[in-house]
Design a protein around this ligand. Structure first.
Ligand SMILES: N[C@@H](CCC(=O)N[C@@H](CS)C(=O)NCC(=O)O)C(=O)O
Length: 200
């Protein structure tokens, strides 16, 4: 059985959400970032990590794509043009959406206070707004970023949209917001979030 190391109030939610979409059994080892349990599985104390057959995989994007490939769901096959487009959307999410959110978080509560530059958060908001315009263009009228089929980048983007809301970043009304709402209503995500209320 898969073991996920992390908490749902972190990028570990992506992994738990994916496992719920795949209807795969797993155990959630509740480990906040930089906790002793996090260091047990990641030399930097970061979460998430996935334990598979006594091996550890780190980094949420690698884990989520690994699970999609392994279970042949929520992904196009490697080596296809569709997969190249899917991976480009994954990269777009990491660079432009997550990049803005993570830089803001690092300068709000992650880095030691003396290494924070609060003013950079204005730049992050600007970058996030640009990313939203670009994402809206890439989404068009589709249900999901790759069209009718939900794929890995939708999980990543859906996670980032919740992160953005929690960090009070502006999300424009319209098709993009409807897409975010559609993702937030996934039953698999609701089941994943409910795991967060389990006693550590
Ligand atoms: N690229 C990694 C980033 C993991 C990461 O930075 N996770 C945060 C929690 S969401 C963390 O563990 N932060 C602790 C730290 O940076 O020291 C991933 O996507 O899994």
């Amino acid at each position: 059985m898969y073991k996920v190391v992390g908490v749902t109030a972190s990028r570990a939610l992506r992994v738990v959400w994916m496992l719920e979409e795949l209807e795969q059994p797993y155990e959630l080892i509740q480990a906040p970032p930089r906790s002793a349990k996090a260091y047990d599985h990641h030399s930097d104390g970061k979460v998430p990590a996935l334990i598979v057959e006594d091996r550890v995989i780190t980094d949420s994007v690698a884990i989520v794509q690994f699970l999609a490939d392994r279970h042949k769901a929520l992904t196009f096959s490697a080596g296809t043009l569709a997969r190249a487009k899917q991976d480009s959307l994954t990269q777009f999410c990491v660079d432009e959406i997550e990049g803005a959110l993570w830089t803001a978080a690092k300068n709000t509560f992650v880095h030691p206070e003396e290494h924070r530059t609060p003013a950079v958060k204005n730049t992050c908001r600007y970058e996030f707004a640009l990313a939203m315009e670009r994402l809206a263009r890439r989404l068009g009228d589709n249900a999901f970023v790759m069209g009718e089929m939900m794929t890995v980048p939708d999980i990543l983007i859906g996670h980032c949209s919740g992160w953005a809301r929690a960090a009070k970043f502006d999300i424009p009304e319209g098709p993009l917001n409807n897409y975010f709402k559609r993702l937030s209503q996934r039953l698999a995500l609701k089941r994943a979030l409910a795991k967060g209320t389990d006693t550590p």
